[in-house]
Design a protein around this ligand. Structure first.
Ligand code: ADP
Length: 310
């Protein structure tokens, strides 16, 4: 059995009697990329702080590479952790390279690797410029370079794409794929659900301090039983006839060439077979699986909380 790289076992946290994390159990295996999603105040940052050993759980336990990050072995655990906070603030007068050298000394990482690291996040040309001349996106990328110092085995990224324009987001996702190829374990919190979908292995959904769902997208789709939407393009004028032949399916739209229907996930293959038996009358078929956004809303509504992602 592979040991989980990051573990929460019945972890709880309260502040002045207010529960902000409630009995959270979650294992994240080596080399997987996991998105932590939830509304503001759901407990995501608290989980990151626990993993960083900045705070201790009031109940249960938290482990990083099998070690207690807030205990005596904490520094060993932290040596293998890279962290990108939600808001990054650096000494304005320092250059990008100065900043990285400063943090590299703290982390006892090799200073010679810093130019390469800046190039990796697209800041090679800005290495010698003071941080005060950097745009928000450039600061965010400097933060990412800081988190990558010393080639950590585990990366914790709090809202890494906030404030990045589409090109920078793409380059962030390229870095994420590279980390995955290198076998780095990544836990990232994000609101950018639709972008994340194809780039993550698992999702953990938090709501009011509770972990309300976790698993791969397909596991969550099966579990949530959110209906699947199927759209057929038929030969001209045959939509009504096709819709009649699909009696039993819940038809949601018919016009000229289009027949649209919804079904439960487990009925999908039965309906796809029936459609294929209709032969050449069907010119095209599209299947819309529930998106991460839809799954998130589903679980949130189950949690009877009507807040939303901002
Ligand atoms: P998220 O990152 O999902 O937005 P957080 O983990 O930051 O959520 O916060 C979860 C809850 O814990 C919030 O209600 C927040 O106000 C509360 N909280 C976080 N840190 C503290 C603290 N140091 N003292 C009191 N309450 C806190």
């Amino acid at each position: 059995m592979t040991m989980a790289t990051l573990q929460f076992e019945g972890a709880g946290k309260t502040y002045d009697g207010k529960t902000v994390l409630d009995d959270v159990s979650l294992n994240i295996n080596e080399g997987s990329v996991v998105a932590l999603v939830g509304h503001n105040g759901a407990g995501k940052t608290t989980m990151m702080k626990l993993l960083l050993g900045l705070i201790r759980p009031c109940s249960g336990q938290v482990r990083v590479l099998g070690l207690d990050p807030a205990g005596p072995e904490g520094s060993e655990a932290k040596r293998n952790l890279g962290f990108l906070p939600e808001t990054v603030a650096f000494q304005q007068a320092m250059t990008g390279l100065d900043v990285l050298n400063f943090y590299a000394r703290l982390k006892r990482a090799d200073l010679n690797a810093n130019r390469t690291l800046l190039a990796r996040v697209g800041l090679a040309d800005a290495a010698g410029q003071p941080v005060k001349t950097y745009s928000k996106g450039m600061r965010q990328r400097l933060g990412l370079a800081q988190a990558l110092l010393g080639a950590p085995r585990v990366m914790l990224l709090d809202e890494p794409t906030t404030g990045l324009d589409p090109a920078l987001r793409r380059s962030f996702y390229d870095t994420l794929s590279a980390l995955k190829r290198e076998g780095v374990t990544v836990l990232l919190s994000s609101h950018a659900l639709s972008e994340l979908e194809s780039r993550i292995d698992k999702v953990a959904i938090m709501n009011n301090g509770k972990l309300i769902a976790s698993g791969t997208l397909s596991e969550l789709r099966n579990q949530a039983r959110v209906p699947v939407r199927i759209r057929l393009r038929t030969r001209d004028g045959q939509a009504n006839e096709i819709a009649n032949q699909l009696s039993g399916a819940e038809i949601s739209r018919v016009n000229g060439q289009i027949v649209e229907f919804v079904c439960a996930p487990e009925e999908k293959m039965v309906l796809v077979r029936r459609v294929s038996e209709l032969g050449v009358a069907i010119e095209d078929m599209e299947i819309d699986l529930p998106t991460l956004d839809q799954l998130y809303s589903h679980y949130r509504n189950d949690g009877r909380d009507d807040g939303g992602l901002q």
